[in-house]
Design a protein around this ligand. Sequence first.
Ligand SMILES: Nc1ncnc2c1ncn2[C@@H]1O[C@H](COP(=O)(O)OP(=O)(O)O)[C@@H](O)[C@H]1O
Ligand SMILES: [Mg+2]
Length: 266
Amino acid sequence: MVAAESAEAQPVLEARGISKGFGSVTALENVDFEAYPREIVALLGDNGAGKSTLIKILSGALRPDTGTIKLHGREVEFHGPRDARSNGIETVYQDLALAPDLDVASNLFLGRELLLPGVLGRLGFVNQRAMRQQAQEHLLGLSVKLSSARQTVDTLSGGQRQSVAVARTVLWGKDIVILDEPTAALGVAQAAMVLQLMQRVRDRGATVIFISHNMPHVFEVADRMIVLRTGRRVGTLLPAANMDQAVSLMTGAVSAHSGDAAAQAP
Ligand SMILES: Nc1ncnc2c1ncn2[C@@H]1O[C@H](COP(=O)(O)OP(=O)(O)O)[C@@H](O)[C@H]1O
Ligand SMILES: [Mg+2]
C-alpha cells in the first residue's frame, strides 16, 4: 500500500495521547501513533527520542502513564508481552531473545514446542522431526537461507540470527511485527537480507513497525515514517521526502509544515 492511501484504511494499531515518565525523565509526551495493514511504518528518532519506550508500550512490556491503545479499532490494555502476543503482536527487541545453544528449529518453536502425538506428547516429549520440517518450510517460504534448521544459533552470522528472530515473529505474529533496530549490528549484505525479509513480511499482509536510526535503511523500505524528538511526535514523512528533511526533523533544525507534499505536521 502507498502511504497516501492509508488515511482511508482503518489502522490495525492505534495509540493516542501516550505519555510515559521515568522519575524526572519524560520519555514520551502525548504521542499518537498509528500503523496500517500491509505497511512498513518506521519510527525515526535520535538516541533518547523515546522509540524503544513507545514500542515497549505497544508490545505490552511497559504500561503508559496516560493514553489509549486500539487494536483493530477496539481499545485494549496489555498487561504484559504475553498479552500483546496473544493479540497477534510479536516483537524482536534490540537484544535478541534467541537461545544460542539450541538449533534454529527449536528457536522458532521456543515456548511453543510441538509435542509428539499420544502419551509421549502428554509426557512432554517434543516432536523434533515435525518442528524441523515445519521450520525448513517456513524459512524457505521467507527465502531465508541457512544450510539447515539443525544448525545451532551460535554458528549463524549476525544477519542469519536476525533473520531467524524475524522469521520467528512471522511464524507466530498474526498481524503486527515490531522490530527494534534489527539492522543495527549488521554488515551491508546482512542488513540487505533483513530488509528484504521485512518487505516479504509486509507483502504477505502484515504490518511491520521498524525502529531504526539508520536513515538509508529506513528510506529503503519504509512506506511511512513517524519522527520522534525528545519524547514528542514532530512529524510524519513519506518516502518521497529526502534524508535532509528527516535529519532536520529529528534534530529540530526545522519543523514539518503541512504545505510540504512529503512531510506532514505530526
Ligand atoms: N527504564 C528507564 N529508566 C529511566 N529512564 C529511561 C528508561 N528507559 C528509557 N529511559 C529514558 O527515556 C528516554 C527515551 O529512551 P528510549 O525510549 O530508550 O529512546 P530511544 O529508543 O529512542 O533511544 C531517554 O532519556 C532514556 O534515558
Ligand atoms: Mg532504543
